[in-house]
Write a protein that binds this ligand. Structure first.
Ligand code: UDP
Length: 146
């Protein structure tokens, strides 16, 4: 039986990683493998938070440059991170994990708003918290949020 070196970890996963070899969209093999590793961590008592990127769907600067307004393009990018967060949450649940999605931009029909103390409370209860929408502000990245 492994023992945990860290009590709590925050993982940042880029959208590109979630796309696997495909380069865009979602590779569910990758999501499943990742969820299996996270399950092992939770099972030995590690609290896990995950910040997800969205580059597999839309990158504000790269995909919108010269075509649409930068802030709007970044809003689209943040929506991409939310799509990834929901997909990852579902696959984590398929691995028998208790999961909550929190987003920096309110999407109350399918995610909780990001509330720091609530996130900590979930983590303390052994729930995995998946964070979407990065910082909630354009001109930023999900790395900044992490
Ligand atoms: N984004 C943003 N503010 C943030 C986080 C992300 O505007 O706080 C937008 C931005 O357009 C970015 C896209 O969402 O290009 C996807 O996020 P990121 O590039 O961090 O994803 P990753 O490269 O990790 O897949």
């Amino acid at each position: 039986m492994s023992t945990a070196k860290y009590k709590r970890v925050l993982i940042k996963i880029s959208g590109e990683a979630l796309a696997g070899g495909k380069g865009s969209g979602l590779d569910f093999e990758v999501l499943s493998r990742l969820s299996g590793v996270i399950k092992k961590c939770v099972d030995i008592g590690v609290q896990v938070g995950i910040v997800v990127g969205g580059g597999n769907i839309w990158r504000g600067v790269k995909d919108g440059a010269g075509k649409i307004d930068r802030a709007r393009s970044d809003h689209m990018g943040m929506l991409g991170t939310a799509i990834n967060a929901l997909a990852l949450a579902d696959v984590l649940e398929q691995h028998d994990l208790d999961v909550r999605v929190q987003t920096a931009i309110e999407m109350s029909a399918f995610a909780e708003p990001y509330i720091r103390l609530k996130a900590i409370s979930h983590l303390n209860k052994g729930r995995v918290v998946v964070f979407g929408c990065g910082t909630g502000s354009p001109y930023m990245s999900t790395d900044t949020a992490a």
